[in-house]
Write a protein that binds this ligand. Structure first.
Ligand SMILES: [Zn+2]
Length: 322
C-alpha cells in the first residue's frame, strides 16, 4: 500500500489528459479507502464526468468543487488532482464535512483543446466541430475573399477551445439570467448558451451532485486572473455569506477579490446559478496569469496559492456562523 501511494506522480512536462486523470483517480481509489469515485454523468463523446467524494457522506455540510468546465482551462484539473492527493494523505478524518470534487467537468472540451477535434470519437460531433470552426472564421474570410487561413491559425483556434463537443459554452448554460444573455447565436468555441438552460450533460452532472446533497458552498476553478470573482447580484444573508466566503478564499490564496456585477461579467454561469437561484455561497477562482491554455510553468505558483485551501475550507464551513 505504502509503495503504491508513492507511485502517484504528476508529470507537468506533458499534457495532463483525461486518460491520465482517470488512471490517477483509479489509483487514488485503490490507495485511499476513504475516497469514493462516482460518475456524475457522461459527456456527449462518451467520457465520464467523474465525481470524487471525500469525507462523511452523512455530514450536514457538503462542499462542491468543479474544475475545467472550460476546455482550455485544464491546468485546473492538474491543480484539483494535486489538491486531492494532498487532501487524501492528511491523517485526520473529516466527520463534519463532505467534499464532492469534479476535477474535469468538461472532458470533451479539454480533449479538443489539448489534442484537436480529431480526438473526438463520434463522426457527427467531429463534423459539427468543423462547422463551428467555419462559422467562427467566417468574419475573417468575409473581409478577405480568397484568403487562405494558415494552418497555425486553426491550431490556435482549437487550443483555445472553451465549449463542449457540440459548441455549447457550459458556463453560459445555467438557468440564471440565461434568457437575457445574448452571447454567440450559433454553436461556437465560446459564448453559445445552448438551446435551453441545462441542456448539456456536463451541466446536468453538476446540478445532480447539488440536488443529491446538502451543499453549503461551491467553488469553480477557471483561468486566468489571478482573481476571486464573487458578488453575483445577491442580497441579504446570501450576499453576506458569499462575501465572507470570498474574503476567506482571497485571504488563503492571496488573490484579490472582484465583484462580478461591477465587472459586468456574463450571466448564466455556475456560480451565478448557485448564489442567485439556490442561495448557496459560491465563488470563482481564476488561476494563472497568462493566456489560456496556461503554461505549466505557472503551475508551481498556482499550487502554492491553492495548496492549503481545501483543509482550511473544511474548517471554515464548520465555523461559519451566518
Ligand atoms: Zn473559464
Amino acid at each position: 500500500m505504502r509503495n503504491k501511494r508513492e507511485d502517484i506522480t504528476f508529470d507537468a512536462s506533458s499534457l495532463y489528459t483525461y486518460e491520465k486523470m482517470r488512471r490517477d483517480l483509479y489509483m487514488f481509489e485503490a490507495c485511499f479507502p476513504h475516497m469514493a469515485l462516482n460518475t456524475a454523468g457522461i459527456s456527449l463523446d462518451g467520457r465520464d464526468i467523474y465525481e470524487v467524494i471525500v469525507g462523511n457522506r452523512d455530514a450536514k455540510r457538503h462542499i462542491l468543487i468543479q474544475a475545467s468546465i472550460h476546455g482550455r482551462e485544464y491546468i485546473n484539473t492538474l491543480l484539483a488532482m494535486r489538491q486531492l492527493k494532498s487532501f487524501l494523505e492528511q491523517e485526520e478524518p473529516m466527520n463534519e464535512v463532505c467534499f464532492h470534487i469534479l476535477p474535469m467537468t468538461n472532458p470533451d472540451g479539454v480533449t479538443i483543446s489539448q489534442r484537436g477535434p480529431g480526438a473526438i470519437r463520434k463522426p457527427k460531433l467531429r463534423s459539427r466541430l468543423q462547422r463551428c470552426c467555419k462559422k467562427d472564421f467566417k468574419s475573417i474570410k468575409a473581409g478577405n475573399e480568397g484568403t487562405v487561413i494558415p494552418e497555425s491559425k486553426y491550431d490556435e483556434y482549437w487550443k483555445r477551445w472553451k465549449a463542449n463537443a457540440r459548441g455549447v459554452d457550459l458556463n453560459r448554460n445555467f438557468d440564471s439570467g440565461w434568457q437575457a444573455f445574448q452571447g454567440t447565436a450559433y454553436a461556437s468555441c465560446e459564448q453559445y448558451k445552448g438551446a435551453f438552460p441545462a441542456s448539456e450533460p456536463e451541466v446536468q452532472a453538476i446540478l445532480k451532485v447539488e440536488a443529491e446533497n446538502p451543499v453549503v458552498c461551491t467553488i469553480s476553478y477557471h483561468s486566468s486572473g489571478p482573481v476571486i470573482y464573487w458578488d453575483y447580484g445577491s442580497t441579504g444573508d446570501v450576499r453576506l455569506a458569499d462575501q465572507s466566503l470570498a474574503d476567506f478564499v482571497s485571504k488563503v490564496t492571496g488573490y484579490e477579490k472582484e465583484s462580478t456585477i461591477l465587472s459586468e461579467l456574463d450571466a448564466a454561469g455556475c456560480s451565478d446559478y448557485f448564489v442567485l437561484e439556490k442561495r448557496i455561497p459560491s465563488v470563482t477562482i481564476e488561476n494563472g496569469e497568462g493566456e489560456c491554455p496556461i503554461s505549466y510553468e505557472e503551475f508551481d505558483a498556482i499550487w502554492s496559492a491553492n495548496q492549503k485551501l481545501w483543509p482550511l475550507l473544511a474548517r471554515y464551513v464548520c465555523e461559519y456562523k451566518g
